[in-house]
Design a protein around this ligand. Structure first.
Ligand code: DQA
Length: 146
């Protein structure tokens, strides 16, 4: 099966952006690791990034027919986007919300997520390893449904 791994705004800057918080690894490297982990667990990983909220909505809608599950790091849209909340609510697939940093150990404006109520599960604070953990969990969620 195919899993969409969707990344939101500013995640294209990983490696350069606040490395003390987000680490030194770039998004391309994380994407490569995800694809490899996918091959090992028989998942096709479609790894994407956009800075645009509506594009994330389009991709979530695309997952209804194009993917068996969604792993999403919505970046700052986590804390603002009713549109992403609504799209995920409607898609009918397992959803894992993912953050590199522990959003609860940071500024108060990061403590609320519009995505968590419509996520199957949430991973945060484990850095790039969280992506691999999310794929492993997604594999089990998909197997449990079929
Ligand atoms: C983030 C956390 C968000 O609060 C922030 O806006 C990001 C990245 C993370 O992966 O830790 O852009 O989603």
């Amino acid at each position: 099966g195919t899993v969409f791994v969707l990344n939101g705004p500013n995640l294209n800057m990983l490696g350069q952006r606040e490395p003390g918080i987000y680490g030194g690894k770039g998004l391309a490297e994380i994407g490569e690791e995800c694809r490899k982990a996918g091959v090992e667990s028989d998942l096709t990983v479609d790894f994407r990034q956009t800075n645009h909220e509506g594009v994330l909505v389009d991709w979530i809608q695309e997952a209804a027919d194009g993917a068996e599950g969604i792993v999403i790091n919505p970046g700052a849209y986590t804390h603002t986007s009713v549109a992403i909340h609504d799209a995920l609510r409607a898609v009918g697939k397992p959803v894992i919300e993912l953050h590199l940093s522990n959003i609860f150990a940071r500024e108060a404006f990061r403590h609320h997520s519009y995505v968590s109520p419509v996520a199957t599960g949430v991973i945060c604070g484990l850095g790039p390893a969280g992506y691999i953990l999310a794929l492993s969990a997604m594999k089990q969620l998909i197997a449990a449904r079929s």
